[in-house]
Write a new protein. Structure first.
Length: 97
């Protein structure tokens, strides 16, 4: 997750206090500490996070790129149509507060 403006739900995020570099899509590709494909690694980073819907909503509102949000690894600007659709689905399922 990349924080543009802090919001209250972020206090519950699984990634709070973790190295933000772990959530950069480009860096995940070379992170040998996390096994599996890019998708699997992104999923693993966020698995069990209690604020996944809020995180997906935030990523969509701020048009995030290049980082993992809600287990979805976002690419560069203009490459994320499929990923944003996925985040929208996560947002709708989770009903963010
Ligand atoms: S879903 Fe992932 S990136 Fe988003 S707040 Fe949770 S751990 Fe952080």
């Amino acid at each position: 997750m990349r924080v543009v403006t802090p919001e209250p739900w972020m206090a519950e995020a699984k990634c709070v206090g973790r190295d933000p570099n772990l959530y950069e899509t480009k860096k995940i590709r070379v992170n040998k500490r996390v096994p599996g494909s890019l998708r699997q690694q992104a999923y693993y980073l966020c698995r069990g996070c209690p604020v996944m819907a809020e995180c997906a909503d935030y990523a969509l509102r701020w048009k995030q790129t290049g980082v993992v949000h809600a287990g979805v690894p976002l690419g560069l600007a203009g490459e994320n149509a499929q990923q944003y659709a996925e985040l929208d689905s996560i947002r709708k399922k989770g009903k963010p507060r």
